[in-house]
Write a new protein. Structure first.
Length: 811
């Protein structure tokens, strides 16, 4: 069953009922100011950091779900309603929510009055615009009252929920004409405040939650709205809010527009005050001035649309399959931008206080984003590398506001360093900018320890080499990519987190996934060394990669698939010898991507085993059989009920690793079948089961052992977005940036006849037409560049500004 439809021309998903199977959300903002918004206008805003600079309140895991947001109440005679249905929940005559690129439009109609609200964060601005258009479609004069509502968060989202003994006494506001200011803690160490403005005189306001809502009422029935009269309350402590009241008259057919503006301001410490106790509003007034008319707002909205249009024009496909095209051209790229911006910090499943920017996560997110805004990708790589330790190890995450590493969610994950090689080489291949390697980058955020970025890559490589276990395979540390494979943890205390608790000393558990990863990115490192003339470094590194290949072949093959690990006792994990967890996906992905034992048929065999044991109707599960008991020496993986999360869930992030493995051995039909199984646009028809948004990937779909197989969770912030984008564009459609050109290496279903890709690459434009008259999966028989036949399958770099036509014949 569907709950809406794709409007590809407008790059929107149109939701036609407020009661989606779960709140379906969107993100507003791209650089500093961000908002999350659900299809009923729930959500919140923050500046840079969802933990340290939260602007408005939201109630996670609330009853009912999705409580708190930017709410409007329309009081029209005896009927009160909200344009987004919530919070009042009056049944609307019409409802529609359009989630688009960086904006959301929500429209409701009741008794002949239509209210449409356009929400967006203008480019380079620290504010959320809410443009409300009220249209009287009836034949009577309408006299209504419109109330707005936002609830302020006292900046630190974690403290805001916990430290009530202090917080309920500190809230402070100021009111000036139609602008309601939030200035809690401004008089002490904070030099920032927020405001909520409307570009019209108001007939009343409230800033104290209890006065507005009533102590025992809910968001759905605020006392002030019931009474039809604001109290002009000034908050002193308790919970500060911002609510305007507008009395509006509309003739039949008449429409009126209002611009509401949520803004965030930072002042210099010595220029904070206008007069004693009165905040300096100069910057707020400037921001208001920028968006105080419909014309200005419309112009900013058009700019946003062209911004996205330009970004998307860098790589587009025309395949004839509208679902594929809408994912590649619109939604998958859009999700990659969101994961690039927010890593795993703030979604409707990530509360924004637990995690900042993940080291491994952000490096991986970059591969789906780097073509969009390479300058931002470069800055991100440097930020991440600045948190690395001199021995190559890394903080597992850093806070976006401070850019400093912290170990609040654990450390010592031995896969972390290698992802830096992935992101950096992807960046150079996209841009040709080798200068990043010379950039001085601190270790552990300490400038005195800065070295050229290349040294960080070297440290990453040698972190693996210097941490090998008894089988000469990489030690796993706390865990590898699979955070829940805690092979050195041995936790018996339910109050401990598997992610942060002390591990057993001298743990010697080893990871076959890191082994495969090391072969892939070790080779990348060596290639790069050769490319930049660091032959000595390349020669120094090569034997370690060769040795790893041998170690994997010798100790990592279980007979029909690759082992997953050796545990603390040196016992096999992911082996036919085990009763549960006999086979895992990650090592099959990485060892086949690394081409380990390809000559002996190991890759084919491993991938056949994946098909036989892990493939399901809804995607490939992580392991099989699922764990049904807690295994002390395995950790968190065995705590999940069978079929969920890392315990045999379809952990979408790692499905593309298998898909790339399949393309390496040329099985295009199989690769495509796997791709479609988890690709959201193909799941739209089963939205009632899938539950999460049909326009973005979710982290996990419940596996075959789960209570409800096929049900997804944790949408939006997942490495699935970038890996699937990377996989479809670079390995299935086969357009792969290289240091010296574009590699054309499609691996597609035999029955695909033709498709076209338009790619801007290093300033030149390439129109690539792939023809598959021969009906093959892989292989190119002829490649024409502007009519000239080329040898091999790499299109050399063409002049900036040139338009090039490439015709590829497969066969
Ligand atoms: C989740 C993992 C996550 C880890 C760290 C675990 O509970 O299952 O997916 O990576 O926490 O936050
Ligand atoms: C989610 C985490 O963000 C990511 O870092 C990890 O690799 C996966 N879970 C798998 O455990």
């Amino acid at each position: 069953m569907k709950f809406g439809f794709f409007d590809d021309d407008n790059k929107e998903y149109v939701i036609t009922t407020p009661k989606t199977p779960y709140p379906w959300i969107n993100y507003l903002g791209n650089e500093d100011f961000f908002s999350l918004i659900s299809n009923t206008s729930g959500g919140y805003s923050f500046y840079k950091d969802a933990k340290f600079r939260r602007l408005t309140r939201y109630r996670y895991n609330s009853v009912p779900i999705d409580n708190g947001g930017r709410y409007f109440y329309i009081k029209d005679e005896d009927t009160t309603w909200s344009p987004g249905w919530k919070p009042v929940k009056t049944i609307l005559d019409k409802y529609e929510c359009r989630h688009g690129m960086g904006y959301t439009k929500i429209k409701g109609e009741k008794n002949g009055l239509e209210a449409e609200v356009l929400f967006f964060v203008p480019l380079k601005s620290w504010c959320e615009v809410q443009k409300m258009t009220l249209t009287n479609n009836s034949d009577k004069i309408k006299k209504i009252k419109l109330f707005s509502l936002m609830e302020w968060c006292l900046w630190n989202a974690e403290d805001d929920q916990n430290n009530l003994q202090r917080n309920l006494s500190i809230g402070e506001v100021e009111v000036h004409d139609s602008t309601l200011y939030h200035k809690t803690e401004y008089k002490e160490r904070r030099n920032h405040y927020a405001f909520y403005h409307v570009n019209s005189p108001i007939q009343g306001f409230d800033t104290d939650r209890e006065s507005f809502i009533g102590l025992y009422n809910e968001f759905s029935e605020p006392q002030v709205v019931t009474d039809g009269k604001s109290k002009n309350s000034i908050a002193h402590g308790w919970s500060p809010i911002a609510s305007h009241c507008l009395e509006i008259e509309l003739k039949p057919g008449e429409a009126k527009e209002y611009v509401f503006l949520l803004g965030y301001i930072e002042n210099d410490a010595d220029d904070k005050w206008e007069s004693k106790g009165v905040i300096n509003k100069t910057k707020a007034n400037q921001l208001i001035e920028k968006f105080n008319s419909t014309e200005k707002v419309n112009a900013a909205f058009d700019e946003l649309a062209s911004y996205w249009q330009d970004l998307f024009s860098i790589c587009t496909v025309n395949s004839g399959d509208e679902k594929l095209d809408r994912m590649v051209n619109i939604w998958n790229q859009y999700q990659c931008m969101v994961t690039f911006n927010l890593s795993r910090s703030a979604s409707f499943f990530e509360v924004g206080i637990g995690r900042g920017m993940g080291f491994r996560d952000s490096n991986q997110d970059l591969i789906g984003f780097v073509h969009q805004i390479p300058e931002r990708a470069r800055e991100r790589i440097i930020d991440i590398a600045s948190t690395q330790f001199e021995d190559g190890g890394a903080y597992h995450q850093y806070q976006p506001l401070t850019k400093r590493g912290n170990d609040a969610i654990g450390g010592n994950f031995n896969d972390d360093p290698l992802w830096l090689i992935l992101s950096t080489t992807a960046y150079i291949k996209e841009t040709g900018d080798y200068s990043i390697l010379d950039e001085l980058v601190p270790f552990d955020n300490d400038k005195s320890k800065a070295k050229p970025h290349f040294e960080h890559l070297k440290a990453s490589f040698f972190h693996v080499v210097n941490n090998l276990g008894p089988h000469q395979l990489p030690l796993i540390g706390r865990a590898d990519w699979n955070d829940c494979l805690n092979l050195n943890c041995f936790s018996t205390d339910p109050n401990e987190s598997f992610q942060t608790t002390e591990n057993k000393a001298n743990g010697t558990a080893e990871s076959l996934m890191i082994a495969g990863l090391f072969v892939v990115y070790g080779k990348e490192y060596i290639n790069l060394c050769h490319k930049i003339g660091k032959t000595k470094e390349a020669e120094e590194a090569q034997p370690h990669v060769d040795a790893m290949v041998i170690a994997i072949k010798t100790h990592g093959w279980d007979g029909e698939w690759f082992l997953r690990a050796y545990d603390y006792y040196g016992k096999k994990v992911g082996s036919n010898e085990n009763d549960e967890g006999k086979i895992f996906i990650e090592s099959q992905g990485w060892c086949t991507m690394a081409g380990i034992g390809e000559e002996e048929g190991l890759c084919h065999q491993a991938l056949d085993s994946v098909k036989e044991k892990l493939d399901t109707k809804y995607g490939i599960v992580l392991n099989n059989p699922a764990f049904t008991e807690y295994v002390l020496e395995y950790g968190e993986i065995s705590t999940y009920p069978a079929g969920y999360k890392e315990n045999a869930g379809i952990f979408c992030h790692n499905n593309p690793w298998i898909i790339i493995g399949e393309t390496k051995i040329g099985r295009g039909d199989q690769a495509w079948e796997y791709f479609k199984k988890i690709c959201p646009a193909y799941l739209e028809d089963i939205s009632e089961l899938h539950k999460t948004e049909p326009y973005v990937y979710s982290q996990m779909i419940a596996g075959k052992d789960a209570f409800i197989p096929g049900e997804a969770k944790n949408s939006w912030l997942t490495g699935t977005a970038s890996w699937n984008y990377y996989t479809i564009v670079q390995y299935i459609l086969g357009i792969r940036p290289q240091y010296d050109g574009l590699k054309i290496d499609p691996c597609i279903p035999k029955n695909w006849k033709t498709y076209t890709i338009n790619r801007k690459f290093r300033g030149a434009h390439y129109k690539i037409i792939v023809n598959n008259e021969a009906g093959v999966n892989k292989g190119i028989s002829k490649l024409l560049l502007n009519g000239q036949e080329l040898k091999g399958n790499i299109i050399p770099l063409q002049k900036a500004g040139s338009l090039n036509k490439i015709v590829v014949s497969m066969g």
